[in-house]
Write a protein that binds this ligand. Sequence first.
Ligand code: 5GP
Ligand code: MG
Ligand code: MG
Length: 200
Amino acid sequence: MDASDMGADLEKVLVTADQISQRLAELAAQVDEDYAGKDVLLVGVLKGAALVMSDLVRALHLPAQMDWMAVSSYGSGTKSSGVVRIVKDLDTDVTGRHVLIVEDIIDSGLTLSWLVANLSSRGAASVEILTLLRKPDAAKVDVAVRYTGFDIPDEFVVGYGLDFAEHYRGLRFVGTLAPHVYETPHPTGASSTTEASTTE
Ligand code: 5GP
Ligand code: MG
Ligand code: MG
C-alpha cells in the first residue's frame, strides 16, 4: 500500500518508506557488527513486527534465524497494562541463544519488559531489543532498547505493520490517521483500539 491508497484516512506521514529502509540498513550494519561470530535468533512479535522483520533479515549479512511470538496485552484504551498472555509461543528452545527481539513500536514498554524477563528466564545467553519506533513514554520504564529506528511523538500511528482495527498494516510508511477514522464506526465493524485485550 502507498499513500495514494489511503485516500482521506491519512492525516500525515511521520516516517517515509525511504527513511525506513535507510534506517533499517544502518541498524542491520550495527547488528552485523555486534553479533559477528554469534548465532543470532531474531524473535518477531506478531503481527506488528512482520514488516520490520522481513526487511531487517534481508538487510543483514549474518545468517540469522527467525522465530515468532504472538502476545496479547490487557489494558484499557490504547495503553497496555503489562499483563501479557502468550497467544503463540516460540518453536525454538532459546537456552544459550543470543536473542534479538524485533518490535514495531515501544510505547509504555510494558510488553517488552515482560518479554525480556520471560525469554531471559528460559536461559537465553542474551536478550536485546530492536524496535523501529519509540514513543516518549518508553523512556520512563526500565527497558533497555539496544537498537531504535525512530523516536516519534506520542500519537497513535499506523502503517509498516502497525494497525488500527487490523487495517493499514500494509502501508510502506508510518503515519497518523485523520480523526474521522476514529470517530465513525469502522466500515468492517471491527473493534477499535478501545477493546480490553489486543494482540500486538
Ligand atoms: P507497550 O506495551 O510498549 O505500551 O505497547 C505494546 C504494543 O502496543 C505495541 O507493540 C503495539 O502493538 C501497540 N501500540 C503502541 N503504540 C501504538 C501505536 O501508536 N499504533 C499502533 N497501531 N499500535 C501501537
Ligand atoms: Mg495492534
Ligand atoms: Mg508490537
